[in-house]
Structures are given as structure tokens and as C-alpha cells.
Design a protein around this ligand. Structure first.
Ligand SMILES: NC(=O)C1=CN([C@@H]2O[C@H](COP(=O)(O)OP(=O)(O)OC[C@H]3O[C@@H](n4cnc5c(N)ncnc54)[C@H](OP(=O)(O)O)[C@@H]3O)[C@@H](O)[C@H]2O)C=CC1
Ligand SMILES: Cc1cn([C@H]2C[C@H](O)[C@@H](COP(=O)(O)OP(=O)(O)O[C@H]3O[C@@H](C)C(=O)[C@@H](O)[C@H]3O)O2)c(=O)[nH]c1=O
Length: 267
């Protein structure tokens, strides 16, 4: 099998992929931070594809600053749509399978049922709109793609809500967190595992998929769960109705109070 190129490698998911790939001894993965591979640089990308002739291209690169995107629509569109087009074109030329990551923010978020792949996308933010445009541009160039829509990623790596809460919790007496938006936090290490499983199995079931952990919470309840001291008790962790979004990952999220080095990773 040819190599696996990972774009946006220094972001959260990129780092999770590196972690899982190391655990699984996945061969021939090439992790490319923006400084080494800018998805807005067609000539640089072309040289990279010509040299590597990759079997897979995993695109973790994105403009992810949701609020800032409202003022930087052109830049967000360049990265989230045009950058994906650049990669898709080369994937088409080289027969490379593209794995593109997308978001729950392609939906308006007005319903109260779990979202499925056939639901109509209707983004209400620039970030969501440009991510949807990125999804749509792919099939102009290749049919060999997986689009994985996920939500509320968190992990030990880079920036995410859990790490922001832990940081703000150290700095402030009180936090104000919205409660009127619900969703499913997803452990980015799990998503990385899913991506590598797609590759390992050589799946040809190309198309659009939703991938998240289980459960539902608001940002407020998520924050509350992050700070609940009783989360550190194993009895609470095993409670089937815990508000921890994904029970299996309570240990990752909250530690067990014994392994300090593990807890420090979240700082
Ligand atoms: N985080 C979340 O909660 C969710 C994320 N997603 C999607 O998952 C994917 C991964 O997200 P995540 O890892 O959390 O995001 P991050 O913001 O942590 O990582 C994105 C990475 O893309 C890099 N990047 C930006 N522009 C370019 C460019 N022109 N060329 C190459 N690299 C670039 C960034 O580099 P730099 O830091 O130098 O700018 C950053 O390292 C994205 O597609 C995102 O839309 C989907 C749902 C939820
Ligand atoms: C830091 C903070 C955030 N919030 C709110 C704002 C926001 O609606 C929510 C989450 O904030 P964040 O900045 O972590 O994330 P936000 O950028 O809204 O989260 C999204 O990121 C993109 C990339 C995605 O694709 C989505 O799935 C989702 O994870 O919490 C507060 O209410 N108070 C606070 O102090």
C-alpha cells in the first residue's frame, strides 16, 4: 500500500492520529503540519503527491475558529472549500482515497432528533457553510472519498472545550456557559481510531458518514461534568445514567485521581 498523507497534522485530530498510529504501528504515515504542506498551495501539493503517490489523504486541515469566521469569510472559504478542492483534484489524479472531516455545524441545529446523513444541511454560520461547501466540492474531482461529519471534538491535544474549561477554571472564580445548544462530545482519539480502521480494512464503501460518540449534553452540562469532583470516583464512573457524554471515556476525561501524569496531559 502507498503512503498515507495527513494534512493539518499539528491540530487536535492530527495529533490524535499520530498517537493512535503509533499505538497501532501503522506504517507509512506522513504527518504534515501547515508549515510543510499548505492546502492552499497547489504547486507544493502537486510536488508532494508526485513524490509520494499516496494511497490515502486524510484532511485534518481546516479553518475552525467558529466565531472569527463570521468576520473572515474569505479566509474560511479558502481553507474549508478551496483547500479541499486542491486536495480532491490531486486525489482524483492519483487515485488516492480522500478522507475529509466535516462537522455537525453544516446543520441549522433547530430540530430535536438525532441527525442522520440524509437530513438536509442548512448551515447558519460561516464556518458551517464553508465546511459544507468543502464537502460538496469533493465529488467534482473524485468518487473515492469518505466524508466523516463529527461533533464537539475533545482530547488531550491542541485546543478544545475541555482544555479551555480546565484552563479557565484555574484562572477564574466563575464561568458563564451557554445551555441552549445540545450536541454530542466526541473523543478525537476515537475518531482517529475510526479513520485508521477505514484504512486498515481497505473499505470501498465511499460516501458521507456521521461519526460521534454516544449521548447528548449541553455545553453547560458538559462543563459541569468536567468540573464535578465525584467524577473521580470509580463508582460514579460506572453509573449507567451519568451525564458524562460517553461513558467509556469518563476515565480519559476525568482521570482516576491516581495517575497524575495522565491527568497532567489535559492541562
Ligand atoms: N474541533 C471540533 O470540535 C470539531 C472539528 N471538526 C473538524 O475536524 C477537523 C479537525 O479539527 P481539529 O483538529 O479539532 O482542528 P484544529 O483547529 O485543531 O486543527 C486544524 C489544523 O489545520 C491547520 N491549517 C489551517 N489552515 C491550513 C492550511 N491552509 N494548510 C494546512 N493546514 C492548515 C491548522 O494549522 P494552524 O494551527 O497553524 O492554523 C491546524 O493545525 C476539521 O476539519 C474540523 O472542521 C468537526 C467537528 C468538531
Ligand atoms: C469558552 C466558553 C465557551 N462557551 C460556549 C461557546 C460555544 O457555543 C461553546 C463551545 O465553545 P468552543 O469555542 O469550544 O467551540 P465551538 O467553536 O462553538 O465548537 C465547535 O467547534 C467546531 C470546530 C465544530 O466543528 C463543532 O462541532 C463544535 O465543536 O461554548 C461559553 O458559553 N462560555 C465560555 O466561557
Amino acid at each position: 500500500m502507498g503512503s498515507i498523507l495527513v494534512f493539518g497534522a499539528s491540530g487536535q485530530l492530527g495529533q490524535c492520529l499520530a498517537h493512535v498510529a503509533q499505538e497501532r504501528n501503522t506504517p507509512d504515515m506522513v504527518f504534515l503540519p501547515e508549515a510543510q504542506a499548505n492546502i492552499l498551495d497547489p504547486a507544493g501539493l502537486a510536488a508532494l503527491f508526485a513524490e509520494r503517490r499516496p494511497a490515502y489523504c486524510i484532511n485534518c486541515a481546516a479553518y475552525t475558529a467558529v466565531d472569527k469566521a463570521e468576520d473572515e469569510i474569505e479566509l474560511a472559504r479558502k481553507i474549508n472549500r478551496d483547500g479541499v478542492a486542491n486536495l480532491s483534484q490531486l486525489c482524483g489524479e492519483y487515485g488516492t482515497v480522500l478522507i475529509q472531516i466535516s462537522t455537525d455545524f453544516v446543520f441549522a441545529g433547530t430540530g430535536n432528533q438525532p441527525l442522520v446523513e440524509t437530513d438536509e444541511a442548512a448551515p447558519i454560520s460561516v464556518y458551517g457553510l464553508t465546511k459544507l461547501e468543502g464537502e460538496q466540492v469533493i465529488s467534482e474531482y473524485t468518487s473515492k472519498f469518505f466524508i466523516l461529519r463529527t461533533s464537539w471534538l475533545y482530547s488531550e491535544y491542541a485546543n478544545n472545550f475541555v482544555k479551555t474549561m480546565l484552563k479557565l477554571g484555574r484562572e477564574r472564580e466563575e464561568l458563564k456557559i451557554i445551555w441552549d445548544q445540545v450536541g454530542t462530545p466526541t473523543y478525537a482519539i476515537d475518531l482517529a481510531g475510526c479513520i485508521l480502521s477505514i484504512i486498515e480494512t481497505g473499505s470501498q464503501e465511499f460516501g458521507l458518514y456521521h461519526y460521534s460518540n454516544e449521548g447528548l449534553t449541553s455545553w453547560y452540562d458538559f462543563a459541569t461534568a468536567i468540573f464535578e469532583p465525584e467524577r473521580n470516583s470509580s463508582a460514579h464512573r460506572s453509573h449507567p445514567h451519568s451525564r458524562v457524554p460517553h461513558q467509556g471515556h469518563a476515565a480519559h476525561l476525568f482521570g482516576d485521581g491516581q495517575d497524575q501524569s495522565q491527568d497532567a496531559a489535559w492541562a
